[in-house]
Design a protein around this ligand. Sequence first.
Ligand code: ADP
Length: 651
Amino acid sequence: MKNLKEYTKYLRENRLRDFSVYYIDEVKRLEIPLVNLIIKKGIIKSLTDESSITMTMESMGRFLVSLEDGTMIENTRKSLKLWEEGKIPMPGIGKNDILPSDLILIYAAQKKAVFHFLPDFSNDSRESISIIQAIEEFFTNAENEAVQMLFKIQKETELQLSESDSIKQRLLAIAEASSDFIGFADAKDQHIMYINQLGRKMTGIGKDEDVTKYKIADVHPEWTNKMFRNEIIPVAIKNGLWEGECAFIDRKGRETPVSMILMAHKNAEGELEYFSTISRDIREQKFAEQELKSVNSFLDSVLENIPNMVFVKDAYDLRFVRFNKAGEKLLGHSKKELLGKNDYDFFPKEQADFFTEKDNAVLNQNDIVDVPEEPIETKNGQRWLHTKKIPILSPAGRPRYLLGISEDITDIRRAKLDLEQKTKELERSNSELEQFAYVASHDLQEPLRTISSYVQLLASRYKDKLDKDANEFIEFAIDGSKRMRLLINSLLEYSRVNRIKPFEWIEITDVLKEIQVDMKEQIKEAGVNIKHNGLPKIYGDTVLIGQLFQNLIGNAIKFRSDNNPEIKISGKRKNGEYIFSVEDNGIGINKEYSEKIFIIFQRLNSREKYPGTGIGLSICKKIVERHGGKIWVESEPGKGSKFYFTIKATT
Ligand code: ADP
């Protein structure tokens, strides 16, 4: 059975040129950095020219021999040793230029070339497999050994570097990895000596581009260059350092705002040598500042235009740090006068004490405090405020500021007080009036009774004994006293409406039934038809509600038309109240009187045709109001009237 030795012999003796060319192609394909470097340094011109092929054939011949006699690993070791000792005479290629990956790739190319010609040598698969296994073993061992040796050599080399060299290298590595712009420039002609990776990006200078052809002015916008001339360089030279904001510009003219530190470096003789800079991209910071500015100006304009007084006090000493326009107007002091001062600078001590106490409560409880009413002395006199005080916390959760929002409630408060006063007065005068009406009507009944009984006595005794005029006068007197009794009774009824009686559930249908029984004669005589259905139950004073319906129905009958008089009563619940209507098709009411008719003793028609006192609807109004409702009429003369009233729903 043929073996690896025979195969390598075959390659060496019959296929050395093909093998070498194939190997060269593979090396080219893999783009091995070390090989590229060798070409770049001009050690070999090209891989494919005849001399390279001859050279390669020589070295590949040696390689195949080492495979044949098993000295491959040993040879590798030897050649690496030569590298280590710097004995490989390749100008410009140092120990550290060779990478483990270079070795691995070279081995890969060799291995591929060795495998490639195997089918030409043997078509026995068992034979091929055993050769492949032997090749694999050789390469694996050689690769391991070589890489490990390389690591060892390079580590030693690194240690041999002088300390300052290694510090320099480390600094360079840090500079390259830095996320700040780092650069140096010559002080004489200001050409750039070094720019780190990030700096190249910021200035648009390519990775492999030579930075030394650029000057400081090439990488800054004009406005920064002006600063350089007028301020940055003079200050840096004078103080050794300049610090501030400026910008870089890239090849396309795009600016990057930076915060820059520029240092001027001098040599031992004190002569200026070069500048160095560390600059940080502040685009995001600028953007955030911009955002903050616009948010702030938005908030400012909101605050300024809020109609309420808004102020901010420093939590530490309760001095005003912010004040809006409404606040200035209210207090009569300008922002200038107010800012930086505290309450004791403006208000009487007692008041300042009160405010300070509330402020401290807000800050101590860390919670909103609501002061519904507080007096405040302003330049324009006393005002009343409704104030909310709110603590504003620092990120650590401690009160930093105190925000106050005050509404000037002086006018509302005055109006409220006035209203309360007026309501009280009205209630008093109403009850006085009722009292008066009651007493008057009650006390009037007695003399009235005397008058009417004596007038009646006069009539029964002297009728027909006196002359015709006297009879008529007696009639008038009797009529008058009857009418007076009616008025007095109505007045008494009116004055009794507000006497408090307990409310109860009232079935309106039942109320109407009773009324229809009581008014049976009247209804029959007038021939009116009364319709109603599905009326709701309400909560109220049964007697008064009965009286209310009776008055409205009574009026509808009294002011009926001759044609099929009809009364429709309806009611339903709507939005927290009951709304009822009593509608007739009677004589109607002129629109201009639709309010007047609810005033006591106001009537529109003659007493002869339509008897009455003019008190019915005013009693209705009082009853409805007593039940938290309103009453009104919609009517058209000649067509009929529809009286509406509401009753407040309690559930
Ligand atoms: P009275 O019925 O005693 O005159 P009211 O206070 O009940 O007093 O009514 C006041 C006035 O309103 C009546 O005189 C009448 O002119 C008018 N009025 C009331 N109800 C009706 C109605 N249903 N149709 C037309 N006019 C009415």
